[in-house]
Design a protein around this ligand. Structure first.
Ligand code: SF4
Length: 259
């Protein structure tokens, strides 16, 4: 197969985004959040867990600790009791308290608005920061590459990267800035309903004519490791932002270690 020019790949990328935008107009996150603080907590909690699972625990979580100031005072063990039904709840409970403490102590009680500052928060890495900047503040600095975005970008031939961070760089280089804001949510929906990890539905895919993997991709596209891009299975009502290996949600930056 002849090597594709960058111009051709860029054209396919723009066309793919246009078709995604047409197919999923106005898609929103399934996470229930009210403000930047609850958003950053929800996204952090959603690693390796479905959005529906997060939405089941957050009403009580935010009822008891609705603000950074309140959650900064919380006992991680009590937070853990509230969120124990979701994956890696111990590390996430600690992150809830620690990131709240940092928001209060370092940022005057307000969720910071820069990538660098957001990535200082415990449990928050580039993927979560991209989502928070985009959804809470309308700032689009990058593209949140989770397991769906990573898989689709690989199958579409937009990247040959082995990590989400490298794949994000390729996508930022490929796509015009004005398209970045839509990629995460729209491609996640496409990854759930059509370009699924196992047995993608190429027969009914609106992009089969521009996809180099059409009718060839039957297994998850794994180049090296996509760990860190993980997003939990979308079984059930929603899919959370998951992580790759089980160990990735442990310790500081647990939910985002390699995103
Ligand atoms: S043609 Fe198949 S592999 Fe390609 S984007 Fe569509 S569903 Fe995915």
């Amino acid at each position: 197969m002849p090597r594709e020019s960058k111009a051709s790949r860029r054209q396919r990328g723009i066309e793919f985004c246009a078709r995604m935008h047409e197919r999923y107009p106005g898609v929103q996150s399934a996470l229930d959040y009210h403000d930047p603080f609850t958003l950053v907590v929800c996204v952090m909690l959603s690693a390796q867990t479905t959005d529906a699972g997060v939405n089941r625990v957050t009403p009580e979580l935010f009822r008891r600790w609705p603000t950074p100031e309140a959650m900064a005072q919380a006992d991680p063990a009590e937070v853990g009791e509230v969120i124990h039904s979701i994956g890696f709840w111990r590390a996430k409970a600690a992150h809830c308290v620690e990131l709240s403490q940092m928001i209060v102590s370092d940022f005057g009680g307000e969720v910071p608005r820069t990538m660098e500052e957001l990535c200082r928060l415990p449990g928050v890495g580039r993927k979560t920061a991209n989502i928070v900047l985009n959804k809470a503040f309308g700032i689009c600095e990058g593209i949140a590459v989770d397991t769906h975005v990573f898989r689709i970008a690989t199958r579409m031939g937009f990247t040959r990267a082995s990590t989400p961070a490298a794949a994000e760089k390729d996508l930022l280089d490929l796509l015009p800035h004005e398209l970045w804001t839509y990629v995460n949510e729209e491609w996640i929906h496409f990854g759930r309903d059509t370009c699924t990890a196992q047995r993608p539905k190429c027969e009914g895919c609106p992009c089969a004519d521009i996809c180099p993997s059409a009718f060839k991709a039957t297994r998850p596209a794994r180049r090296g490791s996509a760990k860190g891009a993980g997003r939990a299975s979308s079984k059930g009502a929603g899919a959370g932002r998951g992580k790759g290996g089980a160990g990735e949600a442990r310790g500081r930056k647990a939910s985002e270690r390699s995103s």
